[in-house]
Design a protein around this ligand. Structure first.
Ligand code: HEC
Ligand code: HEC
Length: 190
C-alpha cells in the first residue's frame, strides 16, 4: 500500500491526485473484489512476461484496456479479458490498481544515457509521467518493455508518439533501458 516515506513518493502522489476525469470516480474496493482473474497473471511476481499493474498511471491503464477492447493492441487474452467488463468495472480496476506504490524505495540500477530522452514524457526515473498518457516504467519487469519497445520499433505495436521515440534505439539500448527501469523502485505485482 502507501509507502511510509511521503517525501520520497511526493511525485507519485502528485500524479495520483491529478486523476483525469475518465479515470476518476472508481471504487477501489469494488475493483479489488473482481481481481481474482487478473491476479492469476498480474499478481504473480514470477510471471515475467506479464506486466506489473500496481501503481500504473490511471490514464495509461484506461488507454491500454480500451486498446485491447478495440483491437488496436492485438493480444488475444487481454482482448477477451478487457471486453468482459463494463466501463464502471474498468474504473474500479483503475482505482484499485493505481493506488499502490512500492514498499521499498531502494533502487539498484545505473541510468543509461539513452534514458534521458524518455524523461520528457515518463518523468524522472520513469516514475511520475509528465504526460499522463505515458506509462510508469520504474519497477516494470524487464521482459515486458524488452518486448514492447521492440514492437513499437517494428510498428507491430502502434502508437505514433512511442514509435517516434524508439526509432533510434538499438537492441542493446532496449535491453539496457529495460534492465534499468526494472531495477528502480516503482510498479508492483498486485
Ligand atoms: C492469462 C493472463 C492474464 C489475465 C487473466 C489478465 N491479464 Fe492483463 N495482461 C496479460 C499480459 C500477458 C499482458 C501484456 C499484453 C501485451 O503484450 O500487450 C497484459 C496487459 C495488461 C495491461 C496493460 C499493462 C501495460 O503496462 O501495458 C492492463 C492494464 C491489464 N493487463 C489489466 C488486466 C486486468 C484488469 C485483468 C483482470 C480483469 C487482467 N489484465 C487479466 C495477462 C493477463
Ligand atoms: C514524447 C513522449 C514520450 C517519450 C519521449 C517516450 N515515451 Fe514511452 N510512452 C509514451 C506514451 C504516450 C506511451 C503510451 C503508449 C501506448 O499507449 O501504447 C508510452 C509507452 C511506453 C512503454 C509501454 C509501457 C507499457 O507498460 O507497456 C514503454 C516501455 C516506454 N514507453 C518506454 C519509453 C522509453 C524507454 C523511452 C525513451 C527511449 C520513451 N518511452 C520515450 C510517451 C513517450
Amino acid at each position: 500500500m502507501r509507502a511510509p516515506n511521503l517525501v520520497l513518493v511526493a511525485g507519485v502522489a502528485a500524479s495520483i491526485s491529478a486523476l483525469p476525469v475518465h479515470a476518476a470516480g472508481g471504487d477501489p474496493e469494488a475493483g479489488r473484489k473482481k481481481t481474482v482473474t487478473c491476479n492469476a497473471c498480474h499478481g504473480q511476481a514470477s510471471m515475467q512476461s506479464v506486466p506489473n499493474l500496481g501503481g500504473q498511471s490511471p490514464t495509461y491503464f484506461v488507454a491500454a484496456m480500451r486498446a485491447y477492447q478495440d483491437g488496436k493492441r492485438g493480444h488475444a487474452t487481454m482482448g477477451d479479458v478487457a471486453k468482459a467488463y463494463s466501463d464502471k468495472e474498468l474504473k474500479n480496476f483503475v482505482a484499485y490498481y493505481t493506488q499502490f506504490i512500492a514498499e521499498s524505495t531502494v533502487s539498484g540500477a545505473e541510468q543509461p544515457a539513452s534514458a534521458l530522452a524518455c524523461e520528457a514524457c515518463h518523468g524522472p526515473d520513469g516514475r511520475a509521467p509528465v504526460i499522463p498518457e505515458s506509462a510508469v516504467l520504474a519497477g516494470q519487469k524487464a521482459p515486458y518493455p524488452k518486448t514492447t519497445l521492440r514492437e513499437y520499433r517494428a510498428g507491430t505495436r502502434k502508437h505514433a508518439v512511442m514509435q517516434g521515440a524508439v526509432g533510434g534505439l538499438s537492441d542493446a539500448d532496449v535491453d539496457a533501458l529495460s534492465a534499468y527501469y526494472a531495477g528502480l523502485w516503482g510498479l508492483v505485482a498486485k
